[in-house]
Write a protein that binds this ligand. Sequence first.
Ligand code: F6R
Length: 260
Amino acid sequence: MEVVIMAGPAEVGDFAAGRIAELVSTRPEAVLGVATGSSPLETYRSLAARRDAGLDLSRVSAFALDEYVGIRHDHPESYHAVIDREVVQPLGLDPARVHVPDGLADDLDAACEDYEAQIAAAGGVDLQLLGIGENGHIGFNEPTSSLSSRTRVKTLAPSTREANARFFDSAEEVPLHCLTQGLGTILDARRALLVAQGASKARAIAEIVEGPVSSRWPGSVLQLHRRATVVVDEAAASRLQLAEYYRYTVEHRRIVQPGA
Ligand code: F6R
């Protein structure tokens, strides 16, 4: 796992956007996995600035990680609406290439299977952008999620509903259930890029980076990924025991030349 410690939230976003821009420059039809919530907003802001400077994201496809169950797509806090507002519009994505799980489907299990099939039909996700919950969830894979889970219906933890109450009028208004890509689905992405900012994420970051791989801290499953990068600001890095080592490895990163 690559761990990158940046000064603050803006630098975290800029670093992550740089990785995405690099990918899209070499592969304009890249498939991105996109997250909602506050964590990726700086990344989207930096990508929007790069778009203004000429980066073309119009051929990129995107798959959202999750969606609430039972919330209308035109509700401002549905992830359909959030992805449209924070990602599709500012980055100039083609809405026809952007997918969000259908939390309004009559048959939710079938909708989950269909979502997995859509990801597979697109050739899989090239780069999955992730945030992390204070309880260690990625996507909405709450603690004790199966490490090989696929897209499915989950019950949101009370602490997640509390945390997301800021987007609604009250915690009770936050839907109880969601559809989320599973941990196994996320592991299938060719690259994983997790961003975290602020002291409230420091415990989760320490657990998933330096603790054991365990469904107790679902993000720890990224230790099993071949190309996972965790980008954190100083506050989110504050409980990492090996912080100096991560800085050292970034400073001495070797650029391997083919044939060298
Ligand atoms: C959202 C998602 C969640 C969030 C996490 C952190 O699509 O998958 O895992 O990334 O709840 O949320 P914020 O960034 O709002 O702290």
